[in-house]
Design a protein around this ligand. Structure first.
Ligand SMILES: Cc1cc2nc3c(=O)[nH]c(=O)nc-3n(C[C@H](O)[C@H](O)[C@H](O)COP(=O)(O)O)c2cc1C
Length: 167
């Protein structure tokens, strides 16, 4: 074995779960960002955590709107989902420009990504600054799933989105 940096360690533990995080912007539209640093955190109450860079826009929108959604998206969004992880929604309507189909804005606090394997709609309950990231805790208020959709995972750190065999 050899000493390696944290970024290399993250590559050695991939694939990571992957989702598109959706959150309502102050103008009522929905921002979409790629997240692979998310995890289940509690069963009772059902809760998740997402770790967001303090430089990004989505964290500010979570703090302002008090809610966020995670959509585990399928193969047809591989390229658009990757691109949602390389540009900021601060000055653009990412979902519209990248062709990411949204739905459910009337039913949930934010829109969700249509055609997904899993939806977790969450109420923001807590957060903790950890170095250059902020960990947001979300209590899951709605869960919808469709096991016929093969979900995308983040491989080799952030390098690649792909499905896993056998899902
Ligand atoms: C596959 C992939 C996974 C990512 N996971 C995260 C993550 O978990 N946390 C994070 O802060 N940024 C992550 N990013 C980077 C953000 O998606 C990126 O900084 C994005 O531009 C932030 O958008 P926003 O400014 O609209 O919030 C990821 C990017 C990719 C391509």
């Amino acid at each position: 074995m050899e000493r390696i940096p944290i970024g290399q360690a993250q590559k050695l533990t991939s694939p990571n779960p992957f989702a598109l995080l959706t959150v309502r912007k102050p103008d009522g539209k929905t921002n979409v960002m790629a997240v692979s640093w998310w995890s289940y955190a509690s069963n009772h109450p059902a809760s998740v955590v997402v770790c967001l860079s303090s430089k990004g826009y989505s964290g500010q929108c979570i703090r302002e709107s008090g809610a966020f959604g995670l959509s585990v998206v399928g193969e047809e969004l591989r390229e658009a989902a990757m691109r949602a992880g390389t540009c900021s929604g601060r000055n653009m309507d990412k979902a519209w420009e990248l062709g990411i189909p949204l739905t459910g804005a009337d039913e949930f606090p934010q829109a969700m990504v249509a055609g997904s394997r899993l939806w977790l709609s969450c109420q923001w309950t807590d957060s903790l600054t950890i170095g250059d990231h902020v960990l947001y805790v979300g209590e899951v208020t709605d869960i919808l799933g469709d096991a016929s959709v093969k979900g995308l995972y983040a491989w080799n750190g952030y390098d690649l989105l792909d499905t896993v065999p056998g899902e």
